[in-house]
Write a protein that binds this ligand. Structure first.
Ligand code: HEC
Ligand code: HEC
Ligand SMILES: [Cu+2]
Length: 494
């Protein structure tokens, strides 16, 4: 067997790793404790058995004792295992409780699993990015790439943008997934957590030593499950602060909206396609029959360019929405690339400016409202209501639609769900609050289509005059009705 497997091979060890956090060390200690108890029992039981079988064998003239129902023996063999089990349960429970105790954390990071990358959102400071397999590994892993994986540093264990955390801080993680089950596992942290669509799982860590810690997705999540590693870099607070500042500055650099020549778009699109699209549609655009359509000769790619751009921005079925992941210039490059490469030669292009127009939050809701207001739908008018009436009705609407997140008393659940009590939104402009509730925002659902105009007006009025707020204004159902009529139609997949 070739033992010189080289740099690409991770270090193999016999035992669990101790990891770099207190919890991971406690998990290790617990594991060792239980292991030694098992070894002790195993040696004791099998030792006694083999000793008896050998030294008290029949050929030596020994005779088996024949007795039934010995109360003393039965009590002993009930009590001793019970004590052993209790003795093991106590340290195990302690460690489990420690693992689960996400309270009084210093910061929270939301982790979303995607096929096949990780999305990280720093809830406290707004840093947000996607982390996927690094380019060197990705190139080497392609069939017939001709690259020897052993020459790639941290082959399949490296990413383009690692998760950066400060040392000596208690960090709470919230896990969820956008498509299928994933699982986030960094052995050095001592635990792994499932990322499940529609659920939020919690975990926490606190790393003392700066360093780079690597892990992988450990839930079989589709064809590229093996290609979504995790890299966590722990930094001293000042370094971390500098990283946050730089990351934020980079993120604020908007897209480059300058026009580009078609050749420029295509050549830049090639790299972006390889990174973002080739896992599903394959590097040559031939796709995977039955799962991922071919882009070569695709009717969509050969069809209306705006329709294609919209599909890539908003996603469809198993096709992820890239509007949130890529900037307008990158999207323009990818779209133009698919139409003029991969065996296609449509001979057109789309400019970053045109893409910018198509991006969801770039078209202001007001503009949409205007467009629709030209031909308002005929709706039955609703009668005005007194403030007290609205507040009373609003209370029941609130209890069944909002309390699960914002809590019955409006105190919210930090840091995920803001308090409505003393909220600057609730105390601020009533139209801004209505807009937020009509259209939703991040994890706040859009209620524009799900509440009647009357219920909607009532719950808005309720939040402003109850839950400890006393703004002393109201909005009438008729006003909401006008706004609802101007909303874009509900999406079916919501
Ligand atoms: C996770 C896998 C995945 C990734 C990554 C992906 N797609 Fe798709 N794509 C799909 C699936 C699945 C469909 C079929 C959607 C449907 O019609 O239900 C699709 C459909 C398409 C279509 C329409 C093709 C047709 O003929 O119907 C285009 C164009 C397209 N993708 C382009 C892209 C581009 C460009 C990228 C990279 C920015 C990309 N896709 C990344 C899975 C993926
Ligand atoms: C699924 C959980 C959830 C439900 C249900 C929900 N909200 Fe929210 N809400 C949120 C989140 C999360 C935010 C913060 C959005 C952001 O700013 O990113 C929020 C923000 C708000 C805000 C702005 C508060 C501020 O200070 O930023 C108001 C007002 C509000 N919600 C009212 C309501 C009302 C009224 C209802 C019921 C009709 C409701 N919400 C139902 C999750 C929810
Ligand atoms: Cu996964």
């Amino acid at each position: 067997m070739a033992l010189s497997l080289g740099t690409a091979q991770a270090e193999y060890t016999l035992n669990l790793m101790k990891g770099v956090t207190k919890v991971s060390n406690d998990v290790y200690d617990l594991h060792m404790l239980i292991l030694w108890i098992c070894v002790f029992i195993g040696v004791g039981v099998f030792g006694t058995m083999f000793y008896s079988i050998y030294y008290h064998r029949k050929s030596k003239g020994h005779k088996a004792a024949q007795f039934h129902e010995n109360t003393t023996v039965e009590i002993i063999w009930t009590i001793i295992p019970t004590l052993i089990l209790v003795g093991m349960a106590i340290p195990a429970t302690k460690t489990l409780m420690e693992l689960d105790d996400v309270q009084s954390s210093d910061m929270s990071i939301k982790v979303t699993g995607w096929q096949w990358k990780w999305e990280y959102e720093y809830i406290d400071n707004g840093v947000h990015f996607f982390s996927s397999l690094d380019e060197a590994s990705n190139k080497a892993r392609q069939m017939h790439s001709g690259i020897d994986p052993r020459t790639v540093p941290h082959y399949l264990l490296n990413v383009d943008k690692p998760l950066v955390i400060p040392t000596k801080k208690k960090i709470r993680f919230l896990f969820t997934a956008a498509d299928v089950l994933h699982s986030w596992w960094v052995p050095d942290l001592g635990w792994k957590k499932d990322a499940i669509p529609g659920f939020i799982n919690e975990a926490w860590t606190s790393v003392d030593k700066p360093g780079t810690y690597r892990g992988q997705c450990t839930e079989l999540c589709g064809k590229d499950h093996g290609f979504m590693p995790i890299v966590v870099i722990a930094m001293e607070q000042p370094d971390y602060d500098a990283w946050v500042k730089k990351t934020k500055e980079d993120a604020q650099k908007g897209p480059d909206l300058a026009d580009q020549s078609r050749d420029e778009l295509v050549s830049k699109g090639a790299g972006l396609y390889a990174k973002n699209c080739s896992t599903c549609h394959l590097p040559d655009g031939k796709g995977v029959p039955g799962a991922f359509p071919a882009l070569t000769g695709s009717a969509v790619v050969k069809g209306d360019i705006k329709a294609q751009a919209n599909l890539i921005i908003n996603g469809k079925g198993g096709m992820p929405a890239f509007g949130k992941m890529l900037k307008a210039d990158e999207l323009a490059q990818i779209v133009t690339y698919t139409r003029n490469a991969l065996g296609n030669s449509v001979g057109d292009d789309i400019q970053p400016k045109a893409i910018q127009e198509l991006l969801p939050n770039k078209t202001a809701p007001a503009a949409k409202a205007e467009a629709k207001a030209v031909a308002p739908e005929k709706v039955e008018p609703v009668a005005d209501m007194a403030k007290e009436e609205l507040v009373a009705l609003g209370k029941t609407v609130y209890e069944s639609n909002c309390a699960s997140c914002h809590q019955p008393e409006g105190q919210g659940m930090a840091p995920m769900f803001p308090a409505l009590k003393d909220s600057s939104v609730v105390k601020g402009d009533i139209n801004a609050q209505v807009n937020l509730m009509l259209n939703g925002k991040a994890m706040m659902p859009a209620f524009g289509h799900s509440l009647s105009a009357k219920d909607f007006a009532a719950v808005v009025t309720f939040t402003r005059n109850s839950l400890g707020n006393s703004v002393n204004d109201l909005i009438q159902p008729s006003a909401i009705q006008k706004l609802q009529a101007a909303l874009p139609p509900a999406e079916d997949d919501e």
